[in-house]
Design a protein around this ligand. Structure first.
Ligand code: C2E
Ligand code: MG
Ligand code: MG
Ligand code: MG
Length: 290
């Protein structure tokens, strides 16, 4: 009886694995085709200066809906592209879509920056820097208008990644460490990376006002950024309480989250920026606004 049960269980496991495998295979196939046909799109989320809530940056976030109409999380499909060797194509599409949609805005507002996420594989790819340079030239956008976001873990002790970051900064780009605090980097390693800012992971922001262990780590993460003289962007701000927490910090901090704006299509992001400009110009006396 036990062998029979074992056999049936084995069959189910096998079937499950086969289904998973086929789902993954079809995802790889669909994603590859979607990238080739440019069937992905971008959304943009505002990043504000917490003291006056002025929009200073826009983070570009990629979106993809598969053939079944299912919106796949970028966390999943970016990984799939990495695992199957075509993340370079994905990143190139992201860069070109974002520069095409926000190019005019960036030329008009030289104090606005477009933040683009790239992976550790991009940083290690010799084709990445030339691709970025070509795209910037094609869309007539200057390097200081584009910030590159990389996760701490994606740079983990890879000499090429560190070198690429160095070149990006020499060309005038800002480089941010994303999901800061979730990796395992030492202070000395982060110092050697030499970046412009860190983005505090949303899990820390969400721990504010709770008894969670992460809430006691937050002050240490902020102190770490200060020791390294890095600017700070707090992610995932959903409540006034969370915004107040960061706004009351001695160093000026930038904020990003649903409280200030959800990721939106380019057109809606532009209207948000316009509304915002009008609003703040009503508040700030002439000559003092930016
Ligand atoms: P990330 O770069 O840390 O992006 C922030 C994520 O937090 C985004 O999720 C955003 O929609 C979400 N978020 C923003 N504000 C809030 C908030 O107030 N509350 C909560 N709960 N969430 C908030 P999204 O768009 O699903 O992206 C997830 C991750 O996928 C990104 O994390 C990034 O690592 C990756 N990703 C997204 N777009 C791209 C891309 O174009 N290229 C690459 N390489 N990776 C990307
Ligand atoms: Mg990011
Ligand atoms: Mg800048
Ligand atoms: Mg993040």
């Amino acid at each position: 009886f036990c062998t029979l049960l074992g056999g049936i269980a084995g069959c189910f496991v096998g079937l499950f694995c086969l289904l998973l495998y086929r789902r993954n295979r079809s995802m790889v196939h669909q994603l590859r085709r979607a990238i080739r046909d440019e069937k992905l799109h971008m959304v943009y989320q505002p990043i504000v200066q917490l003291r006056d809530r002025r929009i200073v940056e826009a983070e570009a976030l990629v979106r993809w809906t598969d053939d079944d109409g299912f919106a796949v999380s970028p966390e999943i499909f970016v990984h799939v592209a990495e695992e199957n060797g075509f993340v370079g194509e994905l990143t190139e599409l992201v860069v070109r879509l974002a520069l095409n949609e926000l190019g005019d805005l960036l030329r008009e507002h030289l104090d606005l920056s477009l933040n683009i996420n790239v992976t550790g594989m991009d940083l290690a790819d010799p084709a990445f820097l030339p691709m970025l340079e070509r795209s910037l030239a094609a869309f007539r956008v200057e390097a200081p208008s584009v910030t590159i976001e990389v996760t701490e873990s994606s740079t983990a002790r890879k000499a090429t990644a560190v070198e690429t970051i160095h070149i990006l900064r020499a060309r005038g780009h800002n480089v941010y460490i994303d999901d800061f605090g979730t990796g395992y980097s030492s202070l000395s390693y982060l110092h050697s990376l030499a970046v412009d800012a860190v983005k505090i992971d949303k899990s820390f922001t969400h721990s504010i006002g709770t008894m969670a262990v992460t809430s006691s780590i937050l002050p240490q993460i902020l102190a770490m950024a200060e020791t390294l003289s890095l600017a700070v962007v707090a992610e995932g701000i959903e409540t006034e309480e969370q915004a107040d927490y960061f706004a009351s910090y001695e160093q000026p901090i930038l904020g990003q989250g649903w409280l200030f704006g959800r990721p939106a299509m380019a057109e809606d992001f532009c209207s948000l920026l316009e509304e915002h400009e009008v609003e703040s110009s009503l508040l700030t006396p002439p000559g003092h606004g930016a």
